[in-house]
Design a protein around this ligand. Structure first.
Ligand code: GDP
Length: 457
């Protein structure tokens, strides 16, 4: 425990990303997390960041009615407001994932679906600890809403057959997790977070189980902290661009999540750009105005200094070429050269090792490219080239140089096809698949490949 107390110094808030299959309740869960604290007046505040919501430990403790054990050093949780694995993979920190922890939302009535498995495979790849939120328990017939949170206790008050349904379905989830290489005890007997994935039945609609999820996330962070999860705030700010936005009256801004260190107005920052690193100076750091009026000019509060983990809007000159998912680094003028080199090196990691012969893959960000490449490999599809960017005429020309008809293909994930590529394509036999859901892309390619093989026979 002494080691943990020592670690508590300068400890930053862990960053949490919510993932899962479409319609399983990611957005509703995030809304509920924001709303629960607002509605429960005793619970205390949450803090709205740009692109993220912070739930302090004191709020979670109040929501859990004090049943959380002592010695908690994790100061709270910072939830990324954009759900989905696209957000997870886009937001990178020095080659790893920006999110320290994740919640995989599963509709308990539907069980695992393709994007649930995709999400878990991505988390596995990034070695990110996660919990499963078994959502929509209120849909189970006979469910009696109770105010007795936390859920783990109130669950005992449910009618016997409801308990049975939850138990059966939770065990189904345990089985699915086991197929993916994880073990999981029942949610009320979780001991070892490193091997066991906690499953928390809850309802993003009624809010039941949500405090339990928050409590378990704190527990998960605490456990991993003891195992060396790095959550310290030191030195110059390091962050990732969430989005490039043009704000009326302000010009270009970057919504940025800082996962380490500090940033101040006037600081020199280096940002990964479309072609080369951008060097600029922070003109203003903007945070959302609490209870803001609708008038645009009153949307933000200016702050002079910010400490990780935090989401902030940065106003600075020359941001036009900044890209979502790019690294941001605060630097002293004297270290500018090495900061630029480091940003270049980070952008350079965009290169992915390819097979000698295979299809061409394009994706919108490095993270999503890695995610799709991994899923393609898992599906035994050979990859000849993998790059970040829209589908260009050059890509079609490259595909034409391949003789094997099964590989005269370009797969695009979350990208556009440039007009000259479209024109050129119409005079070739190159096949292009362009979609924004990984498994749709893989299914379409596999189906096409099957037909091609049949035709060839
Ligand atoms: P997402 O696509 O994963 O972000 O899913 P949403 O949060 O948009 O939810 C999809 C649908 O399920 C919406 O109509 C929600 O109102 C509904 N929903 C989400 N969570 C729950 C829940 O706990 N109970 C019930 N009954 N409906 C829910």
């Amino acid at each position: 425990m002494a080691a943990v107390a020592e670690q508590a110094k300068n400890l930053r808030t862990p960053i949490v990303c919510v993932m899962g299959h479409v319609d399983h309740g990611k957005t509703s869960l995030l809304d509920k997390i924001r709303g629960t604290a607002v509605v429960d007046k005793e619970a205390g505040a949450i803090t709205q960041h740009i692109g993220a919501t912070e739930v302090p430990l004191s709020t979670i403790q109040t929501l859990c009615k004090g049943i959380m054990g002592g010695n908690v050093v994790v100061p709270g949780l910072l939830f990324i407001d954009t759900p989905g694995h696209h957000a997870f993979t886009t937001l990178r920190s020095r080659g790893g994932a920006l999110a320290d922890l994740a919640v995989v939302v599963v509709d308990i009535n539907e069980g695992f679906q393709p994007q649930t498995i995709e999400a878990i495979n991505i988390l596995k790849q990034f070695k990110t600890p996660f919990l499963v939120a078994a959502n929509k328990i209120d849909r189970i017939q006979g469910w009696t809403p109770t105010k007795n949170m936390p859920f783990i206790k109130s669950f005992a008050n449910q009618p016997e057959f409801v308990k049975n349904v939850i138990e059966t379905r939770t065990y189904e989830l345990v089985g699915k997790l086991s197929d993916l290489g994880f073990s999981s005890d029942r949610y009320d007997r979780i001991r070892d977070f490193t091997r066991n994935v906690g499953i928390i039945p809850l309802s993003a609609k009624t809010g039941e189980g949500v405090p339990d999820l928050l409590m378990m996330l704190i527990g998960l962070a605490q456990k991993f902290l003891e195992d060396g999860l790095k959550l310290h705030v030191t030195g110059p700010g390091l962050g990732t661009v969430l989005e490039l936005k043009e704000e009326r009256g302000l010009g270009y801004t970057i919504d940025t999540i800082f996962y380490d260190g500090e940033v101040r107005t006037g600081d020199t920052i280096v940002i990964g750009g479309k072609n080369k690193p951008i060097v600029t100076k922070v003109r203003a750091l903007l945070k959302p105005k609490p209870n803001r009026e609708i008038r645009i000019e009153e949307k933000f509060d200016r702050v002079n200094k910010l400490t990780a983990a935090a989401g902030v809007k940065i106003l600075a000159p020359n941001l036009e070429e900044a890209m979502a998912g790019s690294p941001v680094r605060v630097t002293k003028e004297a270290n500018l050269e090495s900061a630029i080199n480091e940003i270049e090196a980070e952008m350079e990691r965009a290169r992915i090792e390819c097979d000698e012969l295979g299809i061409m893959v394009k994706a919108d960000t490095l993270g999503s490219l890695e995610a799709i490449v991994n899923e393609l490999r898992a599906a035994d599809i050979k990859i000849g080239m993998a790059e970040v960017g829209d589908i260009s005429k050059k890509d079609i020309i490259n595909a034409e140089t391949i003789n094997d008809p099964l590989y005269r293909v370009v797969l695009g994930f979350n990208v556009n096809m440039l007009p000259d590529a479209k024109d050129y394509l119409s005079n070739t036999d190159i096949k292009v698949f362009n979609k924004d859901v990984i498994y749709h892309l893989i299914d379409s390619y596999k189906e096409w490949e099957r037909v091609q093989r049949e035709l060839a026979e």
